[in-house]
Design a binder for this molecule. Structure first.
Ligand code: FAD
Length: 393
């Protein structure tokens, strides 16, 4: 017997993952509610936040399937054609390229605020999806047949399934009682958009320098996103630099190869904390996006994994719904977890291992860092594996 509920699916959090999931369930005979704590003014304002999201071919295909990709202006998408990794004071030790390959890019860069904008506009078009803003989900109480979503200052809402996409610091994950491993790197990312005199040739750079890590993502035109990772105690000194000093420092970090570099807009700051939930499911409940796995951004996996996870879960729900069965059954959720959690664990712990090695500046670690990159460069299966991971659709 089916229980009467207010909604089929309640999604906690209207960030990129929650909105993608809602979009994947568009036009189904399912009632979907997205609950977002931001006010309508914040939610409907799309200002650059420093994040340039490197999307894999696989993610682009999911966005196409959701009918979202074609709404991103083509002149706002930058192709990564080459990527180089530099260690210490060396030149590039490991590189990836699209040359002699049948692909036009290793990945595609799109600003986070644009992804959010397109998703918000898209989700609003569908009659089966509702958005409730200015509302905090405080708790979720589950029974065998349904879940009750407890809201701040208003009535509770019942659903067959609750999906939490409420960030890596998910309060709902905690309320449900799902443990998570969390790693605080005690470091901060400072991001600035810079324009420069010379072309970046669509080449992304990851420079594991001694003492700090600097990355360059090639944006449209002679413009790049510079991401500098510094220890928390160095943050104030970098943020305290005036524009001229900051421009000079960044120009020198890239050895003047792009000519003079100039900051455009603000410097944005993100603390580096990664998280992986022990399980992604519970009775009438699932985690997606950063609430399930919040990655260290160095390998640019975060939203790519968010897209993949929601795509798997949405696919299973649609299949179950097409057979007229209960979409919130534990067996459906278990299937989702089985299809997804092994991959995320591997990438999560693998990425943290890479970060641990390449931010280790000790006498013993320095030569190992170089050997690892040289082996990867000269051992074709490793390069092939990484390139395929980025470009397989
Ligand atoms: C510097 C940086 C660079 C990155 N680069 C890349 C990249 O190149 N490629 C890539 O794939 N990923 C990248 N990422 C990761 C990517 O940005 C995240 O994975 C993605 O934004 C996560 O989206 P989300 O919707 O899961 O979570 P969030 O964006 O954190 O959204 C969570 C939402 O839930 C809402 N919320 C929270 N609690 C509640 C509640 N109780 N009730 C109601 N609403 C609530 C919040 O207001 C928010 O809107 C990067 C991240 C950073 C920080």
């Amino acid at each position: 017997m089916q229980t009467n509920v207010d909604y089929d699916v309640v999604i906690v959090g209207g960030g990129p993952s929650g909105l993608s999931f809602a979009c994947s369930l568009r036009n189904e005979n399912l009632k979907i509610l997205v609950i977002e704590k931001s006010s309508p003014e914040c939610f409907n304002t799309f200002k650059p936040d420093g994040r340039e999201i490197a999307l894999t071919h696989f993610s682009v295909n999911i966005l196409k399937k959701m009918g979202v990709w074609d709404y991103i202006p083509k002149d706002a998408i930058s192709k990564i054609k080459d990527a180089k990794i530099i260690d210490g004071k060396s030149g590039p030790l490991l590189g990836f390229t699209t040359k002699h390959q049948r692909i036009d890019a290793l990945g595609y860069l799109v600003s986070n605020h644009l992804i959010r904008k397109v998703l918000v506009e898209k989700v609003k078009q569908f009659k089966n999806i509702h958005i409730k803003m200015d509302c905090v989900v405080e708790n979720v109480i589950r029974s065998n047949d349904s879940a009750l979503v407890c809201l701040s200052g208003s009535n509770n809402i019942s659903a067959k399934l609750v999906v939490a996409a409420d960030s890596r610091f998910s309060t709902i994950r905690r309320k449900i009682g799902i443990p998570a491993v969390m790693k605080d790197f005690s470091k901060v990312m400072i991001i600035a958009k810079m324009d420069h005199d010379r072309s970046h040739n669509q080449t992304a750079l990851e420079c594991f320098l001694y003492g700090r890590t600097v990355a360059l993502l090639p944006l449209v035109g002679n413009c790049s996103s510079i991401i500098m990772t510094v220890s928390t105690e160095q943050v104030d000194s970098v943020l305290g630099l005036n524009d001229e000093q900051f421009n000079q420092m960044i120009t020198q970090l890239f050895k003047g190869e792009l000519g003079q570099m100039r900051q455009v807009g603000e410097r944005c700051v993100y603390p580096l904390i990664s998280v992986h939930a022990q399980t992604f499911i519970s009775k009438r409940f699932a985690l997606i996006g950063d609430a399930a796995v919040g990655m260290h951004p160095v390998t640019a996996h975060g939203f790519n994994l968010g897209l993949k996870g929601q795509d798997i879960l949405a696919g299973l729900i649609k299949e179950q719904n097409s057979k007229g069965r209960d979409i919130g059954l534990f067996t459906v959720l278990k299937h989702y977890e089985r299809k997804f959690i092994y991959l995320t664990r591997l990438l999560y712990f693998g990425t943290n291992g890479v970060v641990a090695l390449f931010t280790n500046d000790t006498f013993f670690a320095k030569p190992i860092r170089k050997i690892v990159l040289k082996v990867a460069e000269h051992f074709p299966p490793v390069k092939l594996l990484i390139t395929q991971h980025l470009t397989n659709s």
